[in-house]
Design a protein around this ligand. Structure first.
Ligand code: NAP
Length: 289
């Protein structure tokens, strides 16, 4: 059981809204398991109060760090004292470590979480592979940078708004030796899906009943299909891919490993991955019922 007292170290998640966050559940399960006097709390902050809130965490003595989520992952950058080179390339921060009496150091563990999930749980090595990412928001950018860093051969980005895909393309080609092509849903999609090893859905399509803006029939058993969505664990895209005989990975693993990487940054202790995974799975099961 967590015991809160004057020595409890605090971490948390800042964003808005936060009613559905699962991060407190799996971080607190890890603290509990390791018998650490730490506590992870949700910190819902409306946009008009964000500047005050981020200054607040600097001065609260027992705060060790926070995760940053929507809509602040990019907005937080100018407020930080130091940003890891990886987070700088991605252009977004999801983890802050508070060091030396109030210095805010920013990291991005989303991309790292994705790569760990892909290799450890998916058994997929992205080196020299051709990848299609659907979506061009924050998660797509983190995934694109992490894949480029891992040495993929070619990246295709398919997005509703071409400008956003173009912004990721120029980021990748100016930082990495990786060929990038961009498409929207009016493009020749057969061409877009051809010669692809890994498909990543980085849009929220599939969370609720909604038609995919691309023909799911283009998926074949040669593809490895990854959906960043974790609620539901099996999206219609994952189901369709499984029916085709393709290998699949859902977003739970990325959520788990991005959290585990933040845990390590704050505590310097190896996170109990299986304890965290079980807490996440139990929480999702409970939500389903
Ligand atoms: P975001 O920055 O808001 O980007 C969303 C992207 O999806 C944009 O490219 C947007 O296209 C596209 N999109 C939204 N609705 C669409 C629709 N109806 N049809 C076609 N495209 C649509 O969001 P994000 O932070 O990148 O998150 C994307 C997804 O990844 C979410 O489902 C989120 O839950 C998931 N995620 C999972 C993890 C994890 O740990 N598993 C971590 C981060 C995010 P436009 O550019 O045209 O607007």
């Amino acid at each position: 059981m967590l015991k809160i007292n004057g020595k409890t170290k605090l971490v948390g998640i800042m964003g808005y809204p936060l009613e559905h966050t699962l991060s407190p559940i799996f971080h607190n399960a890890a603290f509990n398991y390791l018998d650490l006097n730490w506590c992870y709390i949700p910190i819902p902050v409306e946009e008009k109060f964000f500047d005050k809130a981020k200054e607040g965490i600097r001065v609260i003595k027992n705060f060790v760090g926070v995760n940053i989520t929507m809509p602040y992952k990019e907005k937080v950058l100018p407020c930080l004292d130091e940003i890891s080179s990886y987070a700088q390339v991605i252009g977004a921060v999801n983890t802050i470590h508070i060091v030396d009496n109030g210095r805010l150091v920013g990291y991005n563990t989303d991309g790292r979480g994705f790569l760990t999930a892909l290799s450890q749980d998916g058994g997929f090595n992205p080196k020299n592979k051709n990848v299609l990412i659907i979506g061009a928001g924050g998660a797509s950018r983190a995934v694109a940078v992490s894949l480029a860093l891992s040495g993929i051969k070619k990246l295709k980005i398919l997005n509703r708004t071409l400008d956003k895909a173009e912004a990721i393309r120029s980021k990748i080609i100016s930082n990495f030796a990786c060929e990038v092509e961009i498409f929207n849903f009016q493009s020749n999609l057969e061409n877009c899906f051809s010669s692809i090893d890994l498909i990543v859905n980085a849009t929220p399509v599939g969370m609720v009943k909604e038609e995919y803006p691309f023909p799911v029939e283009l998926i074949s058993r040669e593809h490895f299909v990854c959906d960043l969505i974790y609620e539901p664990l099996e999206t219609p895209l994952i189901r369709a891919a499984k029916e085709k005989g393709a290998k699949t990975l859902n977003g739970l693993n990325m959520l788990l490993y991005q959290g585990a990487a933040a845990f390590k940054i704050w505590t310097h202790i190896d996170p109990p991955i299986e304890v965290m995974r079980k807490a996440l799975e139990d929480a999702l099961e409970l939500k389903k019922n």
